[in-house]
Design a protein around this ligand. Structure first.
Ligand code: HEC
Length: 183
Protein backbone atom coordinates (compact mmCIF):
# COMPACT_ATOMS: atom_id res chain seq x y z
CA UNK A 1 0.00 0.00 0.00
CA UNK A 2 1.26 3.50 -0.69
CA UNK A 3 1.15 6.27 1.88
CA UNK A 4 -2.12 7.76 0.64
CA UNK A 5 -3.96 4.44 0.86
CA UNK A 6 -2.51 3.84 4.31
CA UNK A 7 -3.80 7.21 5.45
CA UNK A 8 -7.22 6.34 4.10
CA UNK A 9 -7.56 3.07 6.02
CA UNK A 10 -5.55 4.38 8.98
CA UNK A 11 -8.41 5.52 11.20
CA UNK A 12 -11.12 3.25 9.95
CA UNK A 13 -11.21 0.60 12.66
CA UNK A 14 -11.13 3.22 15.43
CA UNK A 15 -14.50 4.60 14.32
CA UNK A 16 -16.38 1.33 13.69
CA UNK A 17 -19.19 0.29 13.99
CA UNK A 18 -20.15 3.31 11.86
CA UNK A 19 -23.50 4.61 10.59
CA UNK A 20 -24.39 3.48 7.09
CA UNK A 21 -26.68 6.01 5.38
CA UNK A 22 -28.15 3.59 2.86
CA UNK A 23 -29.05 1.01 5.51
CA UNK A 24 -29.96 3.57 8.19
CA UNK A 25 -28.11 1.63 10.88
CA UNK A 26 -24.59 0.97 12.16
CA UNK A 27 -22.42 -1.63 10.43
CA UNK A 28 -19.36 -3.36 11.84
CA UNK A 29 -16.00 -3.35 10.11
CA UNK A 30 -16.62 -6.94 8.93
CA UNK A 31 -19.98 -5.91 7.50
CA UNK A 32 -18.39 -2.89 5.81
CA UNK A 33 -15.74 -5.11 4.22
CA UNK A 34 -18.47 -7.41 2.92
CA UNK A 35 -20.54 -4.46 1.64
CA UNK A 36 -17.48 -3.30 -0.28
CA UNK A 37 -16.99 -6.79 -1.67
CA UNK A 38 -20.59 -7.10 -2.88
CA UNK A 39 -21.17 -3.47 -3.98
CA UNK A 40 -17.78 -2.42 -5.32
CA UNK A 41 -16.05 -5.65 -6.31
CA UNK A 42 -18.96 -7.86 -7.43
CA UNK A 43 -17.48 -10.46 -5.11
CA UNK A 44 -19.35 -12.74 -2.74
CA UNK A 45 -19.53 -11.82 0.96
CA UNK A 46 -17.15 -13.73 3.23
CA UNK A 47 -18.79 -15.83 5.95
CA UNK A 48 -18.62 -14.46 9.50
CA UNK A 49 -15.62 -15.79 11.41
CA UNK A 50 -14.03 -17.28 8.27
CA UNK A 51 -10.25 -17.10 8.03
CA UNK A 52 -10.49 -14.59 5.19
CA UNK A 53 -12.80 -12.08 6.88
CA UNK A 54 -10.76 -12.28 10.10
CA UNK A 55 -7.52 -11.80 8.19
CA UNK A 56 -8.90 -8.82 6.25
CA UNK A 57 -10.38 -7.10 9.28
CA UNK A 58 -7.22 -7.78 11.34
CA UNK A 59 -5.17 -6.24 8.54
CA UNK A 60 -7.38 -3.14 8.32
CA UNK A 61 -7.62 -2.75 12.10
CA UNK A 62 -3.87 -3.16 12.46
CA UNK A 63 -3.46 0.05 10.41
CA UNK A 64 -5.35 1.81 13.23
CA UNK A 65 -3.05 0.46 15.94
CA UNK A 66 -2.30 3.23 18.47
CA UNK A 67 -5.11 5.46 17.16
CA UNK A 68 -7.62 6.70 19.72
CA UNK A 69 -11.10 5.21 19.40
CA UNK A 70 -13.80 7.64 18.22
CA UNK A 71 -16.63 5.14 17.55
CA UNK A 72 -20.08 6.37 18.49
CA UNK A 73 -19.29 10.07 18.01
CA UNK A 74 -21.69 10.33 15.08
CA UNK A 75 -25.00 11.79 16.42
CA UNK A 76 -26.93 9.45 14.09
CA UNK A 77 -25.64 6.57 16.23
CA UNK A 78 -27.03 7.90 19.49
CA UNK A 79 -30.04 5.61 19.80
CA UNK A 80 -28.00 2.56 18.81
CA UNK A 81 -25.38 3.32 21.49
CA UNK A 82 -28.31 3.65 23.91
CA UNK A 83 -29.67 0.25 22.79
CA UNK A 84 -26.25 -1.32 23.38
CA UNK A 85 -25.99 0.27 26.82
CA UNK A 86 -29.38 -1.15 27.77
CA UNK A 87 -28.38 -4.60 26.56
CA UNK A 88 -25.17 -4.37 28.59
CA UNK A 89 -27.19 -3.63 31.74
CA UNK A 90 -30.00 -6.09 31.15
CA UNK A 91 -29.95 -9.26 33.28
CA UNK A 92 -30.06 -12.39 31.18
CA UNK A 93 -29.99 -16.15 31.15
CA UNK A 94 -30.41 -18.77 33.86
CA UNK A 95 -27.67 -17.06 35.89
CA UNK A 96 -29.64 -13.79 35.73
CA UNK A 97 -26.51 -11.68 35.30
CA UNK A 98 -25.94 -8.62 33.17
CA UNK A 99 -22.65 -7.84 31.46
CA UNK A 100 -22.37 -4.83 33.77
CA UNK A 101 -22.71 -7.04 36.90
CA UNK A 102 -19.32 -8.48 36.08
CA UNK A 103 -17.57 -5.90 33.96
CA UNK A 104 -18.60 -2.65 35.68
CA UNK A 105 -19.22 -3.88 39.24
CA UNK A 106 -16.51 -6.55 39.59
CA UNK A 107 -13.85 -5.84 36.97
CA UNK A 108 -11.09 -5.96 39.60
CA UNK A 109 -12.03 -9.50 40.68
CA UNK A 110 -11.48 -13.01 39.35
CA UNK A 111 -13.88 -15.63 38.11
CA UNK A 112 -12.68 -19.24 38.10
CA UNK A 113 -9.09 -18.00 38.04
CA UNK A 114 -9.55 -15.51 35.17
CA UNK A 115 -9.36 -11.77 35.76
CA UNK A 116 -12.77 -10.32 34.87
CA UNK A 117 -11.40 -7.13 33.18
CA UNK A 118 -13.41 -4.17 31.94
CA UNK A 119 -14.46 -5.91 28.71
CA UNK A 120 -12.52 -3.59 26.45
CA UNK A 121 -12.98 -4.16 22.71
CA UNK A 122 -9.69 -2.48 21.74
CA UNK A 123 -7.76 -5.55 20.55
CA UNK A 124 -10.18 -7.22 18.11
CA UNK A 125 -9.91 -9.27 16.03
CA UNK A 126 -7.48 -10.93 18.41
CA UNK A 127 -5.75 -14.25 18.86
CA UNK A 128 -7.34 -16.30 21.59
CA UNK A 129 -5.14 -19.05 22.99
CA UNK A 130 -8.13 -21.03 24.24
CA UNK A 131 -9.55 -21.16 20.72
CA UNK A 132 -6.17 -21.37 18.97
CA UNK A 133 -7.34 -18.88 16.38
CA UNK A 134 -8.10 -15.29 15.56
CA UNK A 135 -11.54 -14.33 16.83
CA UNK A 136 -13.88 -11.42 16.30
CA UNK A 137 -15.47 -9.38 19.07
CA UNK A 138 -18.81 -10.89 18.06
CA UNK A 139 -17.54 -14.42 18.69
CA UNK A 140 -16.33 -13.26 22.09
CA UNK A 141 -19.66 -11.64 22.93
CA UNK A 142 -21.60 -14.69 21.80
CA UNK A 143 -19.47 -16.91 24.03
CA UNK A 144 -20.15 -14.55 26.94
CA UNK A 145 -23.89 -14.94 26.34
CA UNK A 146 -23.77 -18.72 26.39
CA UNK A 147 -21.60 -18.27 29.52
CA UNK A 148 -24.58 -16.85 31.42
CA UNK A 149 -26.72 -19.57 29.77
CA UNK A 150 -28.60 -17.11 27.60
CA UNK A 151 -29.40 -17.53 23.90
CA UNK A 152 -26.60 -15.85 21.91
CA UNK A 153 -27.62 -13.47 19.11
CA UNK A 154 -26.74 -14.51 15.56
CA UNK A 155 -23.61 -13.03 13.96
CA UNK A 156 -24.47 -9.61 12.55
CA UNK A 157 -27.73 -9.33 14.55
CA UNK A 158 -28.65 -5.69 15.29
CA UNK A 159 -28.40 -6.39 19.05
CA UNK A 160 -24.86 -7.71 18.72
CA UNK A 161 -23.84 -4.72 16.58
CA UNK A 162 -25.39 -2.35 19.16
CA UNK A 163 -23.44 -4.03 21.98
CA UNK A 164 -20.25 -3.80 19.96
CA UNK A 165 -20.95 -0.12 19.28
CA UNK A 166 -21.61 0.53 22.97
CA UNK A 167 -18.36 -1.21 24.00
CA UNK A 168 -16.41 0.81 21.43
CA UNK A 169 -18.01 4.11 22.48
CA UNK A 170 -17.34 3.20 26.13
CA UNK A 171 -13.66 2.76 25.14
CA UNK A 172 -13.56 6.17 23.45
CA UNK A 173 -10.08 7.70 23.62
CA UNK A 174 -8.34 4.38 24.26
CA UNK A 175 -5.85 3.32 21.58
CA UNK A 176 -6.62 0.45 19.21
CA UNK A 177 -4.30 -2.51 19.87
CA UNK A 178 -5.26 -4.98 17.14
CA UNK A 179 -4.26 -7.77 16.88
CA UNK A 180 -4.05 -8.48 20.62
CA UNK A 181 -3.60 -11.86 22.32
CA UNK A 182 -5.79 -13.22 25.13
CA UNK A 183 -5.69 -16.45 27.17
C1 HEC B 1 -20.19 -13.88 35.23
C2 HEC B 1 -19.37 -12.71 34.89
C3 HEC B 1 -19.41 -12.21 33.45
C4 HEC B 1 -20.53 -11.83 32.73
C5 HEC B 1 -21.99 -11.85 33.17
C6 HEC B 1 -20.03 -11.38 31.45
N1 HEC B 1 -18.68 -11.50 31.39
FE1 HEC B 1 -17.46 -10.85 29.89
N2 HEC B 1 -15.87 -11.71 30.80
C7 HEC B 1 -15.86 -12.28 32.07
C8 HEC B 1 -14.55 -12.84 32.35
C9 HEC B 1 -14.13 -13.59 33.63
C10 HEC B 1 -13.75 -12.56 31.20
C11 HEC B 1 -12.28 -12.94 30.98
C12 HEC B 1 -12.07 -14.41 30.98
C13 HEC B 1 -12.83 -15.11 29.89
O1 HEC B 1 -12.77 -14.63 28.78
O2 HEC B 1 -13.48 -16.12 30.14
C14 HEC B 1 -14.61 -11.85 30.26
C15 HEC B 1 -14.20 -11.38 29.01
C16 HEC B 1 -14.96 -10.51 28.22
C17 HEC B 1 -14.47 -9.81 27.06
C18 HEC B 1 -13.05 -9.90 26.51
C19 HEC B 1 -12.25 -8.70 26.93
C20 HEC B 1 -10.86 -8.73 26.35
O3 HEC B 1 -9.99 -8.09 26.97
O4 HEC B 1 -10.63 -9.33 25.32
C21 HEC B 1 -15.49 -9.07 26.57
C22 HEC B 1 -15.45 -8.14 25.35
C23 HEC B 1 -16.64 -9.32 27.41
N3 HEC B 1 -16.29 -10.21 28.41
C24 HEC B 1 -17.89 -8.76 27.22
C25 HEC B 1 -19.03 -9.17 27.90
C26 HEC B 1 -20.39 -8.80 27.54
C27 HEC B 1 -20.78 -7.86 26.39
C28 HEC B 1 -21.22 -9.45 28.40
C29 HEC B 1 -22.74 -9.46 28.41
C30 HEC B 1 -23.36 -10.04 27.23
C31 HEC B 1 -20.37 -10.19 29.35
N4 HEC B 1 -19.06 -10.00 28.99
C32 HEC B 1 -20.85 -10.89 30.43
C33 HEC B 1 -16.94 -12.31 32.93
C34 HEC B 1 -18.25 -12.01 32.60
Amino acid sequence: MDRRQRLFVGRVAARYPAFDKALGRPVTLDQRINLCRTDQQQASPLPYESRDILALSAFVAHQSRGIAITAGDDPQLKRFVEQGRNLFRQREGQLNLSCANCHDDNFDKHLAGSPITQAQPTGYPLYRLEWQSLASLERRLRSRMTGVRAQAYEYGAPELVALELYLMSRARGMPMETPAVRP
